[in-house]
Each structure stands twice: as C-alpha cells, then as structure tokens.
Design a protein around this ligand. Structure first.
Ligand code: NAD
Length: 353
C-alpha cells in the first residue's frame, strides 16, 4: 500500500560510463571553471597526475594529502593551496576521504566541486560533511557541500583492490538498506535502494573472484551511485549511528566496520520493519535480510568481527551507552541491553541473532 510521502531530489549532474574521464575538461568548463585544483590522497597521486595532464591549462595545481575523517588541519593546508594557485573549482578524485576534503573547501569558499569517485562510499551524492577537529568528529548537512557534477568512470575503479571493493560495496548497501526503513522513506528512494543493493550483491562476488571483470565493476559502481543517492536523500538509522560511535570512539577502518555491523543492525530492526527486511532479502537473493548480508560478507571474505579490526572487548559497554545517547530515529526503539548484545556479537564475529 502506498501511503503519504515527501520526496525531494538533490540537484547534481551525473556522467557515468567507461572512459568518462575524457569528459572532465568539458564538464569543468560547463561549470564555468577556468582553474581547477585537483584533490587526491597520497596513494592516488598517480591518478591525480594523469588527470592534471588531461586537464592541461585548466589545472591550477594538485593537493594530494586528503586523509580519512577530513581533519581540519588538512583542510586548512588545502585552503592555502587553493588560494595560492587561485583555483576557482576543485576536482576530487578518490574515495570518501578525498571527496570530504572537496566538500570542506566548498563549504569555506563556495567553489564548485566536480567529483570523480573511485570507491563505493557514496559521499559524492550527499549534502553531508563529517570533519574532525582535535580528534572529535562532527557532521553537518548543507546544500553548500553537495557536489555540482559527478563523473563516474568505471576504469578508475579497476584498481580498487577486491577486498576494499567488497567492504566499500557493503558500506554502500548499508545506505540503501537503512533508506528502506527510513522515517522519510518514499517510493522513489525505495526503488533506488532495492536496485542499488541488487546490483552490488550481484557484482561483488564476481569482483571477489575476477577482480578485473569490467562488467561487474560497472554494475557495482552503478549500484553504489544509487546507494549514495539514498544516503543523501533520507535519514539513516541504528546502523549508521553505531558506525558513527564505533568509528569515532575506536578509530576503526570505515568500510570494514560497516561490513561487520550491517547484518547485526538489520537483525535488530527486522521485526520492526518487515517490508524493508523483505525487500533487502529479495535484493540479496536470500530468505532473510540479516542472514543474507552475513553470508554475502562471508563469501566476499571480509573480516567478521570488530575485534579483528582493533576494537577492544572492554569497549563494548561504553559503545552501547553511547549508541543510545542522541540516538537517530530508528524503526525499533533502542534498548540498551539488546544493543549491547548486538555489539558483542559483532565484536566476536558471530552470526546476527
Ligand atoms: P577512502 O576515501 O579513505 O579510501 C580508502 C583508501 O583506498 C585510500 O587509501 C584511497 O586512496 C584508496 N583508494 C580509493 N579508491 C581507489 C582505487 N580506485 N584504487 C586504488 N586505491 C583506491 O575510503 P572510503 O571508504 O571511500 O571513504 C571513507 C570516508 O568517507 C570516511 O571518512 C567517511 O566518513 C566518509 N564518507 C562520507 C560520506 C558523506 O556523505 N559525507 C559518505 C560515505 C563516506
């Protein structure tokens, strides 16, 4: 049954395909850009240099120090680089960390952003920016940080190691899964969510076995785009709150943590959101959403327990306490003991209950 809903689409131009890097010059000009600052992480410097070559005189400089969690000190250095080279726009080539840096610069200067995402994290589709100052992570939502143009080029994702593709892909699935039971859920986003999960659940096992399968990489990037739209358009719930708490408190690697926590969060919410659970299960071709996601992670060979990625056992109680403070809206009320059990299972790498 279709109930009442509100749907707002976010303005963003998307160019998708293989070899689309070749459109970047025209896309920069389309935005009115004359001098672009290219942003990358140090690991993706080579891709940044190739892009600078492609840009020719449109390239004002390269800043290659983008790091996880968008530390304000890095943003300030990038801001100096932007001003020194008199750039009038930024091109963020990389994963969520690099795109976060571009957003932080746009927030402070109003420059246009063109993003070239090379993971499946989805930040390019959201008006959300997380920043870290003195070790504390804060998040804001503002139209000022939504990128103007996104160029998805499958070719640039071919170098994403299969293990990272797996965890990054499940990170994307998490956005879509929570969109299906979001307070602002609506038919458009639910369609995108289901299709995004289906595409990734189909493509990731292929990539795990044959990492240079171009069709599978294409399907995964397409799915990640849809999942990113879900994250940008409707609110997230328990899974994202848990990851925010765990990531902030224990500095856990972003996408691996998402891949471990997701089946447990889905199990917690399944009875309170049966339609969403059924749609997720169908999209991953399983009888049960949580078990299906746990099985997908197992097939992809991702780490199973938070203890394997650096969370101390004595952090479980503290994490449970924090998870229920300033809680996000969630389809099931947050029960401290049940949340503690959930975290304990995720810590130990046990199947979702
Ligand atoms: P990341 O950007 O930190 O990238 C992980 C590593 O993979 C980096 O070393 C990067 O250089 C490398 N890499 C990326 N693409 C590659 C490729 N194609 N080939 C080879 N190496 C590649 O990781 P991420 O998971 O994409 O992003 C995580 C960050 O993004 C977190 O800080 C998270 O909070 C943020 N994020 C923000 C939003 C938002 O809406 N604001 C959404 C999702 C994630």
């Amino acid at each position: 049954m279709i109930g009442s809903f509100t749907y707002e689409s976010l303005p963003c131009r998307v160019v998708f395909g293989s070899g689309t890097l070749g459109t970047v010059n025209a896309e920069v000009r389309r935005l009115g850009g004359k001098r672009a600052l290219v942003l990358t992480s140090s690991q993706q410097m080579t891709q940044g240099v190739s892009l600078a070559d492609e840009l020719g005189s449109l390239c004002a400089g390269i800043f290659s120090d983008a790091t996880m969690h968008t530390p304000v000190e890095v943003t300030e250095r990038a801001l100096t680089a932007l001003r020194t080279c008199q750039a009038d726009c930024v091109i963020s080539l990389g994963g969520g960390s690099t795109i976060g840096l571009g957003k932080a610069l746009a927030l402070r200067t109003g420059v246009n952003q063109l993003c070239i995402p090379t993971t499946y994290a989805g930040s390019e589709m959201t008006p959300i920016l997380g920043e870290t100052r003195d070790g504390r992570k804060t998040a804001l939502r503002s139209a000022a940080v939504l990128p103007e143009t996104v160029v998805y080029d499958v070719d640039l994702t071919m170098t994403l190691p299969a293990k990272l593709a797996a965890t990054s892909g499940i990170n994307a699935i998490a956005h879509a899964a929570e969109a299906l039971y979001a307070q602002e859920a609506n038919p458009v986003i639910s369609l995108m969510a289901e299709e995004g999960i289906r595409a990734l659940a189909h493509a990731l096992p292929v990539i795990a076995v044959t990492s240079d399968d171009h069709d599978a990489r294409t399907e995964a990037l397409y799915g990640a785009w849809f999942c990113g739209v879900c994250l940008g358009t409707v609110g997230m719930a328990l899974h994202h709150k848990l990851c925010h708490v765990l990531g902030g408190r224990f500095d856990l690697p972003h996408s691996e943590m998402h891949a471990i926590v997701l089946p447990h969060a889905l199990a917690y919410n399944a009875a309170a959101a049966p339609d969403a659970a059924a749609r997720i299960a169908k999209a991953v071709d399983a009888n049960n959403a949580a078990a299906g996601l746990f099985d997908l992670s197992r097939r992809l060979g991702t780490k199973r327990g938070l203890r394997e990625i650096g969370m101390p056992e004595d952090g479980i109680d503290r994490a449970a306490d924090l998870a229920i403070v300033d809680a996000y809206w969630n389809p099931r009320s947050l029960e401290r003991d049940a949340i503690r059990d959930l975290i304990a299972r995720a810590w130990a790498g046990e199947p979702p209950a």
